[in-house]
Design a protein around this ligand. Structure first.
Ligand SMILES: Cc1cc2nc3c(=O)[nH]c(=O)nc-3n(C[C@H](O)[C@H](O)[C@H](O)COP(=O)(O)O)c2cc1C
Ligand SMILES: CC(C)CC(=O)C(=O)O
Length: 407
């Protein structure tokens, strides 16, 4: 099934999905979890590309914390509930999806696989999940839309110093039917990623920042430092183009120029969650950019609850960074998220086996999610409740208060 097109009907009906076989890999066993995909991708990718995808900022303390934060949470499962029939579907910003997971935008996917974003778009549509497309994709957004027409997609926006370029991007995404803007708010400058510095990262010359071909070909190639030069080409590229002055008032400007709802991607505090709501954002993604920006920032699963409490259900809150298991998605929902997004896990799938790899990663996570729900006694997504998880080691839960509230 590798490389198959997705029909329009299949794409629109995100609550249905197909079963995908795991990829057959020469010389390696079938990967059974996201970590095994990571190991396979590491073995396959050139060091510069792997370093870019895998690394976090500085000492990568937050990279570790993001995953460990999920692992520190423990379940309080309920038993003897009929879980014969489960409904995993969820409504994400108005779109019904096969389960509450979204593909976070990740840049430059053709470095992972020749079909890059096209393979990801087909996989997302076939598996019934929303795809986030990066501003800095190596496939033009129009081509991504044409590959999986009508399937729900969000457009991730980096705001350029040149606002005309920014608006042109937004209008193109809107014309193509993208459903929302995920406005990245945590990247006024690029985090310090030492692998990229060491490897003098630059976009391989056969690839382009494809969204800019039609606007300004001089930006298309990325103007990155070439191989052999010192430092991360990406850091200088970001510094030359991204508007560091971006502030809350610009959300109003964006709203005046687009009908697409705006998700603020990269919120980690209650204070900023309130400002995002006041600015008119339609949703929040609690994210630390996969630990690639500020090292030492709190893990997102630890930050999630303060954001959820500040928002008080007025807009949906999503979380990404460190989601590696279906159990992590259940934990995120228990703490109040409306869905969880993944970045690296599907990039590893893409690197290992293109569309089939991405589909298989999504399928594994959905199966893990279904199993975790069943073992917690949940039939439908709305059965996932705050009292299903506790932090750290088992400390006695306040059972008396819990029972009293039910009487
Ligand atoms: C290789 C890579 C590229 C990324 N590119 C972008 C991007 O272009 N725009 C953006 O807002 N976030 C980008 N992100 C961050 C993701 O959207 C997401 O926040 C993060 O990957 C989630 O963490 P995880 O990788 O631990 O799942 C990127 C992340 C990775 C790993
Ligand atoms: C081009 C990069 C700035 C994309 C990104 O957000 C990342 O690498 O984390």
């Amino acid at each position: 099934m590798v490389g198959t097109m997705v029909s329009q009907a299949e794409a629109r009906s995100l609550t249905t999905y197909r079963t995908v076989d795991p990829p057959t890999l020469v010389g390696s066993a079938v990967p059974v979890n996201v970590y095994e995909y990571h190991a396979l991708a590491k073995a396959k990718l050139p060091a510069m590309v792997y370093g870019y995808y895998a690394s976090g900022a500085d000492d990568m303390q937050t990279l570790k914390d993001n995953e460990e934060g999920f692992k520190r949470l423990r379940f309080r499962p309920r038993v003897l509930i009929d879980v014969t029939k489960q409904d995993l579907t969820a409504v994400i910003m108005g779109t019904a999806t096969s389960f509450p997971m979204v593909l976070a935008p990740t840049a430059m996917q053709r470095m992972a696989h020749p079909e890059g974003e096209l393979a990801t778009a087909r996989a997302a549509a076939a598996q019934g999940v929303i795809m986030g497309l990066s501003s800095w994709s190596t496939t033009a957004l129009e081509d991504v839309e044409a590959e999986a027409p009508g399937s729900p997609k969000w457009f991730q926006l980096y705001v350029y110093k040149d606002r005309a370029i920014t608006l042109e991007l937004v209008r193109r995404a809107e014309r193509q039917g993208f459903l929302a803007i995920a406005l990245t708010v945590d990247t006024p400058r690029l985090g310090r990623r030492e692998a990229d510095i060491r490897n003098s990262f630059s976009l391989p010359p056969h690839l382009t920042m494809a969204n800019f071909a039609a606007i300004d070909p001089s930006r298309e190639q990325g103007k990155m430092t070439g191989p052999g030069a010192k430092g991360s080409g990406l850091a200088s590229y970001v510094a030359s183009l991204i508007d560091q002055s971006l502030s809350w008032k610009d959300i109003q400007w964006l709203k005046e120029n687009s009908k697409m709802p705006i998700l603020a991607k990269g919120i980690e505090t209650a204070e900023d969650a309130v400002l995002a709501m006041e600015a008119g954002c339609a949703g929040i993604i609690v994210s630390n950019h996969g630990a690639r920006q500020l090292d030492g920032v709190v893990s997102t699963i630890d930050a999630l609850e303060e954001v959820v409490q500040a928002v008080r259900g007025r807009i949906p809150v999503f979380v990404d960074s460190g989601v590696r298991r279906g159990t992590d998605i259940v934990k995120a929902l228990a703490l109040g998220a409306s869905g969880a997004c993944i970045g690296r896990p599907y990039v590893w799938g893409l690197a290992v086996a293109g569309q089939q790899g991405v589909e298989h990663v999504i399928q594994m996570l959905r199966n893990e999610f279904a199993l975790a729900m069943a073992l917690c006694g949940c039939v439908k997504v709305s059965d996932i409740k705050r009292d299903m998880v506790i932090r750290d080691v088992y400390a006695p839960y306040d059972v008396q208060a819990q029972l009293k509230s039910k009487m």
